[in-house]
Design a protein around this ligand. Structure first.
Ligand SMILES: NC(=O)c1ccc[n+]([C@@H]2O[C@H](COP(=O)([O-])OP(=O)(O)OC[C@H]3O[C@@H](n4cnc5c(N)ncnc54)[C@H](O)[C@@H]3O)[C@@H](O)[C@H]2O)c1
Length: 328
């Protein structure tokens, strides 16, 4: 994409799963990329995520909660992809104040840093389908009521709306994408903090039966990370998206049991088993979910390009090769 050549780009959460995949693409497009990440061990940041292009990005180990750092870092930036976040739903219940500080308060200070130091940049915020809570109807479109079922969902909802507010009141161009389950190379797989799919990949490769909670009939849609990166890049350069909130999603809808069976089929071996839902997870489970993503498709022509089978195959190849850097 031509617009990124020579552009100054800041990615918060840039050492994490989606941020590092985005950084890799921006480097290919000739952008000057700075990654800011607090690199807290229980989150998704991993040095290996950027190993292939480490000498072509600037890395700033800083916390988005630190207003002084953010005031400095936003200066001169053309595009800010705001991806830093505490992503574990369960952790947000166990430690609600950290989630509040990162996913809510720090979002406001990032926006304040932009307002004071660089109101002309374009911001893209990584929001989440979690803010809808347990769907009232399917597929879920952007008009669906927001009734999050966990602390993380509430804080991400606020984070999202701060961005839209600053767009509307101060003219700081901002777009929010409500990501659905995103998977692929560089996701955290050592535990289920980021996504259950991560630990499934590890279990499959290690020859441990994939553990599916409940009856396995919960429906989901998934985006391969390259497709999510496309959406982030496309909305950032489109003036039409300013002040808008879009769902991402996929038309390939699958239940979790079938997903596990598909992974086993692609890998050529493995097993899965249904296990009782742990009560703390059941309490914040959203049941079936899949998105209506026609709004972004009609606005800028985004739709997923990578099939679930193809994306899972690429993911399994990556983690077989890279297990030493991701499993422990
Ligand atoms: N992966 C998904 O399925 C998914 C779905 C919906 C929304 N999202 C959103 O996308 C964004 C990126 O998610 P991801 O999957 O790449 O997760 P990730 O954990 O791999 O990336 C987030 C990064 O943010 C960093 N970070 C956390 N707190 C920070 C802080 N205070 N200061 C600086 N850096 C900090 C972490 O170290 C990590 O590298 C998150 O905001 C998440 O809520 C992801």
């Amino acid at each position: 994409m031509q617009q990124y050549h020579g552009a100054q780009v800041l990615i918060t959460g840039g050492m994490g799963f989606i941020g590092s995949n985005l950084a890799m693409r921006l480097v290919e497009y000739g952008a000057n990329v700075t990654l800011v990440d607090s690199f807290i061990p229980s989150y998704g940041g991993n040095n290996r995520n950027i190993a292939a292009f480490r000498d072509r990005v600037h890395v700033n180990i800083a916390d988005v909660r630190d207003e002084y750092s953010m005031n400095h870092l936003v200066q001169g930036v053309d595009f800010l992809f705001n991806l830093a976040g505490q992503t574990s739903h369960l952790d947000s219940m166990l430690d609600p104040y950290s989630d509040l500080d990162i996913n809510c308060r720090a979002q406001l200070s990032i926006l304040e840093a932009c307002r004071k130091n660089n109101p002309h940049l374009k911001l893209v915020y990584a929001s989440t389908r979690q803010i809808y809570g347990k769907p009232d109807y399917l597929p879920v479109d952007e008009r669906h009521k927001l009734h999050p079922v966990d602390v993380n969902g509430i804080n991400k909802m606020a984070g999202e709306w701060y961005h839209i507010l600053y767009n509307n009141v101060y003219g700081i161009r901002a777009t929010a994408l409500r990501l659905t389950n995103t998977y692929g190379p560089r996701m955290r797989v050592k535990d289920a903090r980021q996504t259950f799919l991560g630990i499934w990949v590890k279990q499959l490769i290690q020859g441990i039966p994939i553990q599916i909670y409940g009856d396995g009939l919960q429906l989901r849609d998934f985006n391969y990370v390259a497709d999510a990166v496309d959406a982030l890049l496309m909305v950032a350069v489109s003036a039409e998206t300013d002040g808008k909130v879009y769902n991402l999603g996929s038309s390939e809808i699958i239940n979790l049991h079938d997903l596990a069976k598909l992974m086993i089929d692609i890998y050529g071996r493995g097993e899965c088993q249904l296990v009782p839902f742990p009560p703390d997870r059941k309490a914040i489970d959203i049941g079936d979910y899949y998105s209506d993503f026609r709004f972004i498709r009609d606005a800028i022509g985004w739709e997923p390009q990578v099939s679930l089978r193809q994306g899972l195959a690429e993911t399994l190849v990556y983690y077989e090769r890279e297990s030493a850097f991701y499993f422990e």
